[in-house]
Design a protein around this ligand. Structure first.
Ligand code: NDP
Length: 449
């Protein structure tokens, strides 16, 4: 387990004191600070002017009430959040999550990770994140629309294409972005296309944005394998989750010749040794918005549904956690290693617990942290902003080619930085340091703000 540098321990102590009870935020900050000891040793100036303390403190945190009326005429109250974490590189950029587990600590961990992720893309975007404890499951389409409108009624005054540009995340896909964009347009009387990304193609969205996070993850894994003279062709893969990131990771693994034998939702997982039927999965999740157990009913013999349990019990060479934070524990890592896992690529944000990451590193499993491996989504969001600014619309092929190029760049940057700091193959260290240095350079230039 890496240790925190003694110069940085007080920074962590202050974060823990000031943000009591925010476990996920503590976890994310600790991981980054553990990597930064080597940078501060080499470049003590990065610790000047409390730069690292400032990077751990959000520039602005907004918490608001979201009242709305359900289909039975009852008033419902949810809580909305937007954490505008760091704007040294550009407008705040990061998704919006609708899930009952959402609280300030989770939004802050996501916003903090987003700073470094966005820096790694090389695009001019700062870091932020938002969301609500609203549970979309079981809500009618009209309820979803009313909630999105109520949420935007407050949020709109904090946004702008040069200020803060949200996108989707768990529970927020194309439908929700459409409702939020419609409300923003009505409230501001501006067709400000670049204020939200993940928009539909009919009103300023980018081709390949829906696919980008999952596709980008698989491009990153392919790059890692290439460093060992290998590829995804013929590999047995397990993907957790069955949402946006998971579906397009499954799609790209298949395109590269791998077989995805299992995926999950929060109730259980399915195993299909023939390879997950992607058309069927998309029909269930994107059209019917049904539970994953439906897959087995529709597919028939051959596929199995396991209620509860851990998807990481399914043997595989490549594991792609694409559901949520801390979904892959030390126990799961031990099982995966015993079953011969070779590569773990994080599609979700911080899905592996710290002890799981230590086990992977200790056992020589190639490990791609989310802030590098899932950066394809936000990178393509930045391409969407670019198309909106120039009132242009690129082809799918052109956009995907840019995405592939960006993911190759992030991979090479992380690998080269890990080498430079005497930790070859440690993509966690490489990602944290490469992202940090980019933000630190800008923050130093901008003075104490
Ligand atoms: P979706 O809402 O489309 O899908 C989420 C999937 O994860 C669903 O299958 C869901 O199951 C499952 N899931 C969610 N919460 C839990 C939980 N607490 N326990 C078990 N399973 C859970 O979200 P995305 O695919 O967009 O996001 C997945 C991950 O990827 C998140 O960590 C997100 O932050 C990250 N990410 C997303 C990006 C994007 O562009 N969308 C960009 C970068 C990262 P169920 O339906 O049962 O809830």
């Amino acid at each position: 387990m890496s240790k925190i540098d003694e110069k940085l321990q007080p920074v962590l102590d202050e974060v823990l004191r000031r943000n009591a009870g925010e476990a996920e935020f503590h976890q994310a900050v600790k991981e980054v600070l553990e990597s930064l000891g080597r940078v501060v040793a080499k470049h003590p100036d990065y610790a000047d002017h409390a730069l690292i303390e400032r990077i751990c403190e959000p520039e602005r945190q907004i918490i608001f009430r979201v009242p709305w009326i359900d289909d039975d005429g009852q008033v419902q109250i949810n809580r909305g959040f937007r954490v505008q974490f760091n704007s040294a590189l550009g407008p705040y950029k990061g998704g919006i999550r609708f899930h009952p587990s959402v609280n300030l600590g989770i939004i802050k961990f996501l916003g903090f990770e987003q700073i470094f992720k966005n820096a790694l893309t090389g695009m001019p975007i700062g870091g932020g994140k938002g969301g609500s404890d609203f549970n979309p499951r079981g809500r009618s389409d009209r309820e979803i629309m009313r909630f999105c409108q109520a949420f935007m009624l407050e949020l709109h005054r904090h946004l702008g294409e040069y200020t803060d540009v949200p996108a989707g995340d768990i529970g927020v896909g194309g439908r929700e972005i459409g409702y939020m964009f419609g409300q923003y347009k009505r409230l501001t009387n501006r067709y400000e296309a670049g204020v939200l990304t993940g928009k539909g193609l009919a009103y300023g969205g980018s081709r390949a944005r829906t696919e980008a996070t999952g596709f980008g993850l698989v491009y990153f894994v392919q790059q890692m394998l290439a460093t060992k003279g290998q590829s995804l062709d013929g590999k047995r893969v397990v993907v957790s989750g069955s949402g946006n990131v998971a579906i397009y990771a499954i799609d790209k693994v298949r395109q590269f010749g791998g077989t995805v034998v299992a995926c999950s939702d929060s109730n259980g997982y399915i195993v299909d040794e023939e390879g997950i039927d992607l058309a069927l999965l998309r029909e269930i999740k994107e059209v019917r918005r049904a539970r994953l157990s439906t897959y087995v009913e529709l597919k028939g013999p051959g596929a199995r549904y396991i209620e509860g349990g851990s998807i990481w019990d399914v043997p595989c060479q490549i594991a792609l956690p694409c559901a949520t934070q801390n979904e892959l524990t030390g126990k799961d890592a031990t099982t995966l290693i015993k079953n011969g896992v070779e590569v773990v690529g994080e599609g979700a944000n911080m899905p592996s617990t710290p002890d799981a990451v230590d086990l992977f590193h200790g056992q020589g499993v190639m490990f791609a942290p989310g802030k590098a491996a899932n950066a394809g989504g936000v990178a393509t969001s930045a391409l969407e902003m670019q198309q909106n600014a120039s009132r242009d619309s690129w082809s799918f092929e052109q956009t995907e080619a840019r995405l592939a190029q960006i993911m190759r760049g992030i991979h090479d940057d992380c690998a080269a930085t890990a080498d430079e700091y005497s930790a070859p193959g440690n993509y966690v260290l490489g990602a944290n340091i490469a992202g940090f240095v980019r933000v630190a350079e800008a923050m130093s230039a901008l003075g104490v703000v």
